[in-house]
Design a protein around this ligand. Structure first.
Ligand code: BGP
Length: 489
């Protein structure tokens, strides 16, 4: 849809930036924090880039005041961060660690002092190790009770100070990486177990929302989902059907549960045929129906392109048939053919011939962002908070001490324009958090792949002085915020 003039961003629009505890905090065993599954996983040889881990990360735990000051100087309106569950409950349940709680309370106070809206993510992947060891983590319903306990502590302590809450970050990503591809903890390769664990997490998400409504009536809560639109390679109706299959499998499989309280039927039946559907009781169904998010958090990096399954139409060997790498989290696709692969009868993934890629092979697709916002809003009728979007790149610190990341400005600008078009289309939006505020530890890519507005002076092996240096994009975003996006064209 062509629009001659774009609507302005709402005056309350939250221009923000995001992070996650394990990727920034460091202080992995300080002040009574218990270990998480990531503390353990990163120590397994060969799992992360050059063996990087979050033991120190960017030392945000000790430097949060400096980081928040940089946010304030930029004029940031919102800051999304996650709480490390094992700081609050070192054993995942039971004993509460006051020092851990104090850290987040201080952080929130610091943000509020400058008028920066805190956006708190309850779970950004760092499950307390104790729960993994004791109950097998998300494969057991005991972990749901532990999660409720943890939520209760935070709702009680921070419910008055934090308005926006995110339950789970990218459930689609951490379940597939963790239980199917063994590229995240708990290092499992079993599709059946993945779907069972995913169902347990759906229940935990629902319980957290139900409890929130009782305890924090003035707050807003929702999950953050890694969404990507799916394109058919051609107008061949079989390819269009394949795209619908892929969409239901990669997006609706989660979003329908969050918003409609039920699984999409065609995918569920496909999993049943394969013998890998999750076990869903009637109590589960009632709980899922009861929990309604107030908004949807959308993390957008890219979508995917598919064509008809190769059983009905075997693939010809050409460049287009290159399979997606298993580390691409946004479109589930088998790296090697697993007997349990439910995708094989549904679709096959390809590169999109119209899109360029980042250095890490992620397609760059700003129009897909508008499409994502439109699709999600039309289907679920909830306000959208973009909780992540950004460009991972190798930044260079010049001899003058500058980082001229014009490529990042260009990327973000293109995406913000498309968001403005989506707003003009009528999509109700709360805000936009770029990923990320400072540079931080990329889960699997160390410090080579950077996203921040603020450079952090360290490498994989050398912690250096961890100095914070605003990049060129920092000043660009400052300007965008100041003008409430008026300068975005
Ligand atoms: C999302 C995660 C973030 C962040 C981002 C970039 O999936 O929610 O935590 O890691 O992706 O990912 P990467 O560092 O792998 O490029």
């Amino acid at each position: 849809m062509y629009q001659e003039k774009l609507d302005a961003f709402p005056s309350s629009f939250l221009w923000g930036a995001a992070s996650a505890a394990y990727q920034i905090e460091g202080a992995y065993d300080t002040d009574g924090k218990g270990p998480s599954i990531w503390d353990e996983f990163t120590k397994i040889e060969g799992k992360t880039f050059e063996g990087t881990n979050g033991d120190v990360a960017i030392d945000h735990y000790n430097r949060y005041k400096e980081d928040v000051k940089l946010m304030a100087d930029m004029g940031l309106k919102a800051y999304r961060f996650s709480v490390s569950w094992a700081r609050i409950l070192p054993d995942g349940e039971g004993r509460v660690n006051e020092e851990g709680l104090a850290f987040y309370e201080n952080l929130v106070d610091e943000l509020n002092k400058y008028g920066i809206e805190p956006v708190l993510t309850l779970y950004h992947w760092d499950l307390p190790l104790a729960l993994q060891e004791k109950y097998n983590g998300w494969e057991s319903r005991e972990t749901i009770s532990a999660f409720k306990e943890y939520c209760k502590v935070l709702y009680e302590r921070l419910g008055e100070k934090v308005r926006y809450w995110v339950t789970f970050n990218e459930q689609n990503v951490f379940t597939s990486m963790g239980y199917r591809w063994a590229t995240h903890p708990p290092n499992v390769t079993d599709t059946k177990r993945m779907f069972e664990a995913n169902h347990i997490i759906n229940l935990a998400n629902a319980e957290a929302i139900v409890l929130f409504k009782e305890m924090v009536p003035n707050g807003k809560i929702g999950p953050s989902f890694g969404y990507g639109p799916v394109y058919p390679l051609t107008a061949d109706p079989s390819d269009v059907l394949a795209a619908e299959n892929a969409h239901e499998f990669s997006n609706s499989w989660w979003l329908d549960v969050y918003c409609k309280g039920r699984y999409p039927v065609a995918v569920f039946k496909q999993l049943e045929r394969k013998g890998i559907a999750p076990t869903v009781t009637s109590e589960d169904k009632a709980l899922l129906k009861k929990a309604k998010p107030d908004f949807l958090g959308i993390n957008y990096y890219h979508g995917g392109t598919v064509k008809q399954n190769k059983i009905e139409k075997p693939a010809q060997e050409n460049e287009q048939d290159k399979k997606f790498s298993s580390t691409d989290p946004y479109l589930m696709q088998p790296k090697e053919e697993q007997s349990q692969s439910p995708e094989i009868p549904m679709y096959q993934s390809l590169d999109n011939p119209y899109l360029e890629k980042t250095e890490w092979g992620w397609e760059i697709d700003p129009v897909g962002f508008r499409l994502a916002l439109r699709q999600v809003y039309a289907r679920y009728d909830l306000p959208i908070f973009v909780t992540e979007n950004g460009l991972g790149a190798k930044d260079v610190l010049t001899e003058e001490g500058e980082i001229n990341d014009d490529y990042r400005i260009d990327y973000l600008n293109q995406h913000v324009v498309e968001m403005k078009k989506a707003i003009t289309d009528g999509v109700e939006m709360i805000g936009y958090c770029a990923w990320s505020f400072t540079d931080l530890l990329s889960w699997l890519n160390g410090y080579k792949k950077r996203y921040g507005f603020v450079f952090v002076n360290r490498t994989e092996q050398d912690e250096k002085d961890l100095k914070r240096i605003p990049k060129k994009s920092y000043f660009w975003y400052k300007d965008v915020i100041e003008q409430n996006g008026e300068n975005i064209k």
